[in-house]
Write a protein that binds this ligand. Structure first.
Ligand code: GAR
Length: 226
């Protein structure tokens, strides 16, 4: 049976779209039962509706405190029957109740190589800092922001004249690949968390040539002879 999933988002929903496409292609063992947003104008809701996926809006401004907002989120998720929660650009911090209710069953994606550049401006923060490599991280959600055990990361080069937008576009293209993969692993019971470490079952053995100068990203690239 496919795992029932709820996706929470606040904006465009391009990560949701990547997931919907993989579900419809039969690549992800997930059934997206609900797309929920804290913003009624989130384009992600339109993407979901176009594919016949139920949507809900729980506007944070309509609740007197975070506990009440979280309780409304929990109720909507419970009603959908979702067992896994996927945060895809959901720009609200979740309280301990909802985090513990979905411990080990809630993923987030962040547009930087955590633990570098957490927060809501991951891409411009990295570009401003002048890093040469950035990327994206899928992690389990715990009680601290952008902090839980890491499932998968992907790296992209950051160029000297990148701004947050240019770097962000390069990162986003990879988000669309690693997030559906991570969701598939979670939904098929292949992720095991031990402390801060996430183990992939069967074991995530690196390619044989990693022992030498295997697949790696060096930016700027090394010149001939180095
Ligand atoms: C993505 O880049 C995601 O990594 C980021 O919001 C964007 C949502 O895009 N999330 C965060 O910054 C969380 N701290 P999308 O709505 O097109 O999927």
């Amino acid at each position: 049976m496919k795992t029932p999933v709820a996706v929470l988002l606040s904006g465009s929903g391009s990560n949701l779209q990547a997931m919907i496409d993989k579900v419809q292609a039969g690549v992800i063992e997930a059934d997206i039962r609900l797309v929920l947003s804290n913003r009624a104008d989130a384009f992600g809701l339109t993407r979901a509706a176009k594919r016949g996926i139920p949507t809900a809006v729980v506007e944070h401004g309509a609740y007197p405190c975070r506990e009440a907002f979280d309780a409304a989120l929990l109720a909507a998720i419970a009603k959908s029957g979702a067992r896994v929660v996927v945060l895809a650009g959901f720009m609200r911090i979740l309280g301990p109740e909802i985090v513990s209710a979905f411990a080990g069953r809630m993923l987030n994606i962040h547009p930087a190589l955590l633990p570098s550049f957490p927060g809501v401006h991951g891409q411009p923060d990295a570009a401003r800092h002048g890093v040469k490599i950035s990327g994206c991280t899928v992690h389990f959600v715990d009680e601290k922001m952008d902090h839980g055990p890491i499932v998968i990361q992907a790296a992209v080069p950051a160029l000297a004249d990148d701004d947050g937008k240019a770097l962000g576009a390069r990162i986003l293209a990879l988000e669309h690949r690693i997030y559906p993969q991570a969701v598939h692993w979670l939904c098929t019971g292949r992720l095991h968390v031990r402390g801060r470490h996430v183990h992939l079952d069967p074991a995530d053995v690196p390619p044989a040539d990693m022992a030498g100068a295997g697949p790696c990203l060096v930016n700027p690239p090394l010149e001939q002879g180095f």
